[in-house]
Design a protein around this ligand. Structure first.
Ligand SMILES: C[S@@+](CC[C@H](N)C(=O)[O-])C[C@H]1O[C@@H](n2cnc3c(N)ncnc32)[C@H](O)[C@@H]1O
Length: 227
């Protein structure tokens, strides 16, 4: 493994463990963005471009349009791309520094960037979105609160709305990690979205992924539609 990658992994593990002990398991995200001081190299998941599988998935579904919600938007590249192709985008993150950073990167953006928590989303988001994009979010939320996060995703969809999830796939031979990200099993995902209709579930490997993203691990791209 790349030495820098291993350093980042150890740093994240320490931050996440301390946050858990302090009873605020997601607080380490703000710490990481704040300490990065606008150096994207210090944000291991920052691709600085829209996720290629998301782009391909959307490009193949021109019938999906309208209001999009980008969950845990990070540095904003997915949100900006969706807005560019015509969605009316709301993008949120639990970290204020990440949202400030998005607004600095894209000062003329028409994306509605805001600080919010998937575990307690604003009430007026219920039944609102035609498309919800969740990339690498459920997999960083500890297991004891992950069910609640998944349930909230489906509550925010409007009739016929789609939720798109991309992440690491749990398979029998995947070694359990003590720190995030934790790979997600297909059985768990399907059970959390059983009130929705499964549209597709595809396993892939992202050989050319960005640094910090452990390229050789199995991934999934899956989507569900509100019945
Ligand atoms: C692994 S990063 C992925 C960022 C981005 N989606 C991407 O693919 O580059 C996870 C992001 O989710 C945010 N996050 C974690 N828990 C969250 C929550 N409960 N509500 C909103 N955002 C959250 C973090 O601050 C971080 O920006």
């Amino acid at each position: 493994m790349d030495e820098n990658l291993e350093d980042i992994r150890i740093k994240i593990q320490r931050m996440a463990e301390l946050a858990e002990v302090n009873g605020e398991p997601l607080a380490w995200f703000e710490e990481l963005y704040e300490n990065a001081n606008r150096e994207s190299e210090d944000v291991p998941w920052a691709r600085m471009e829209p996720h290629p599988q998301m782009v391909e998935w959307i490009a193949n579904r021109p019938e999906i349009n309208g209001k999009a919600l980008v969950v845990g938007c990070g540095l904003g590249d997915d949100a900006e791309w969706l807005e560019e192709i015509g969605f009316d985008v709301t993008a949120f993150d639990i970290s204020k520094s990440s949202i400030d950073w998005c607004q600095e990167r894209f000062p003329d953006s028409t994306v509605n960037y805001c600080v919010a928590d998937l575990l307690s989303p604003p009430e007026d988001w219920q039944n609102k979105f035609d498309l919800i994009v969740e990339i690498h979010i459920l997999q960083v939320i500890p297991e004891n609160i992950r069910d609640e996060a998944a349930k909230n995703l489906s509550l925010l969809l409007n009739n016929n709305g789609h939720v798109l999830c991309i992440g690491r796939l749990y398979e029998m031979n995947v070694v359990e990690q003590p720190a995030p990200p934790w790979p997600l099993g297909r059985v768990w995902l399907e059970s959390k979205f059983q009130n929705l209709h499964l549209v597709n579930f595809t396993r892939f490997k992202a050989e050319n992924n960005s640094v910090g993203d452990f390229p050789s691990l199995p991934r999934f791209i899956a989507s569900w539609q509100k019945k």
